[in-house]
Design a protein around this ligand. Structure first.
Ligand code: RTP
Ligand code: MG
Length: 141
């Protein structure tokens, strides 16, 4: 088992539903520590840059529009196998396919408004954390 860090974003739909605390509880109950956090209204440029890997995909414009539709809560989670553990807590991309008890099954409305983002691999976690946080903003705890 490896102590890992991953980037999590609570998307505009879940922030608007006022379930940030409920989602944080799930991280904590799974043994993931929040070691950095900020609420932010993303600019179009920031959202496009963050999801640049998807820029040729048909859903790219809708995804960017959605991500800038309201503030998001961005956090670094740390724990054993944090990347896979967070993906497990999140559930499948489309809430219709998400297992019962996952964040997306319980709080997401659609494949577009799907409540949370989580890094999908060690390399992307590193890049995504650096995209939003300076090293000095990440608690060493
Ligand atoms: P995320 O990056 O947000 O954590 O989600 P993910 O890994 O589960 O899904 P990914 O394939 O990386 O897609 C990023 C986001 O784009 C939207 N999407 N829409 N309409 C579609 O077919 C479609 N496919 C993906 C979703 O909102 C997804 O979270
Ligand atoms: Mg993804």
């Amino acid at each position: 088992m490896a102590l890992e860090r991953t980037l999590s974003i609570i998307k505009p739909d879940a922030v608007a539903k006022n379930v940030v605390g409920q989602i944080y509880s799930r991280f904590e109950q799974a043994g993931l520590k929040v070691i950095a956090a900020k609420m932010k209204q993303l600019s179009r440029k920031e959202a496009e840059g963050f999801y640049a890997v998807h820029k040729e995909r048909p859903f790219f414009n809708a995804l960017v529009e959605f991500m800038i539709s309201g503030p998001v809560m961005i956090q670094v989670l740390q724990g054993e196998n944090a990347i896979a553990k967070n993906r497990e807590l999140m559930g499948a991309t489309n809430p219709k396919d998400a297992a019962p008890g996952t964040i997306r099954a319980d709080f997401a409305d659609s494949i577009d408004a799907n409540a949370v983002h989580g890094s999908d691999a060690a390399e992307t976690a590193k890049v995504e954390i650096a995209y939003f946080f300076a090293e000095t903003e990440v608690s060493p705890r």
